[in-house]
Write a new protein. Structure first.
Length: 248
């Protein structure tokens, strides 16, 4: 697979993952820093496409906004558990605060007992990162499954790159993309989704069904139709497309 051979078109609907796609992956989520050129790239893409750009991430909306301030583009956070549409309206699922607290206690307690694990509570979802302790992968995944089972199906485990996440069942990046595609300015456009992780496969599947362009970043099996080597390649491909887009 390679980058889409079709000419870059600003009339597409653009959906972009963040970590591992626009940004290089760091040892912890907190270590990621957004550079001015990345802010400029998203801003230019939004202007060229008439606002048909949405950031699709496992991060919370609050953290997405801190990274991209002062921009507030359309975005889906926590794998679609919370979503801001292009008009600025917020859509957030409702979960039992008691259940979420119980899950956080189970996973947080395990993380506290094992050096190298990083527990991230995002509000409607949570993540247990083991990039600093890869030997604990099995245990980390196991405790997240345990937390999901304890809540009777309201939450489910999502495996990612060196992370086990607990997220609302039935909500994923593909569902979020589908919701955006029913709304202006995305509706009626050809979708493009670029992502790098297992969590992005849901998005690739939805975009493929819509006849769009799915792009996997990096190595590994994927349902995506095309591939770019790295976040550097993603940024370069988007920048080049904007530079030579029709109408410039």
């Amino acid at each position: 697979m390679q980058a889409p051979p079709v000419p870059f078109d600003p009339r597409w609907a653009f959906f972009l993952d963040l970590d591992g796609t626009l940004f290089e992956i760091r040892t912890t989520p907190q270590a990621v820093r957004r550079r001015p050129e990345e802010l400029e790239l998203v801003s230019r893409l939004a202007a060229a496409s008439g606002g048909a750009v949405a950031l699709i991430s496992g991060r919370s909306l609050a953290k997405i906004d801190r990274l991209f301030s002062p921009l507030k583009p359309a975005a889906a956070g926590q794998h679609g558990a919370e979503r801001r549409d292009a008009q600025g309206n917020l859509h957030e699922i409702q979960l039992s605060k008691k259940s979420l607290k119980h899950a956080a206690e189970i996973i947080g307690s395990f993380a506290a007992r094992h050096e190298g694990l990083v527990f991230e509570n995002k509000g409607l979802s949570m993540a247990l990162h083991y990039r600093l302790a890869p030997h604990l992968a099995e245990g980390a995944q196991g405790v997240v499954r345990e937390a999901a089972a304890a809540l009777g199906g309201a939450l489910e485990m999502q495996q990612g790159k060196m992370v086990a996440e607990l997220k609302p069942a039935g909500h994923d990046k593909g569902r979020a993309i589908g919701e955006f595609m029913r709304e202006p300015p995305f509706a009626g456009r050809v979708p493009l989704f670029i992502g790098d992780d297992l969590t992005d496969e849901h998005g690739f599947a939805v975009v493929n069904r819509m006849g769009g362009h799915s792009v996997k970043v990096g190595e590994g099996e994927s349902a995506a139709r095309w591939r770019l080597a790295s976040p550097t390649a993603v940024r370069a491909w988007l920048a080049e497309g904007l530079e030579h887009a029709p109408g410039r």
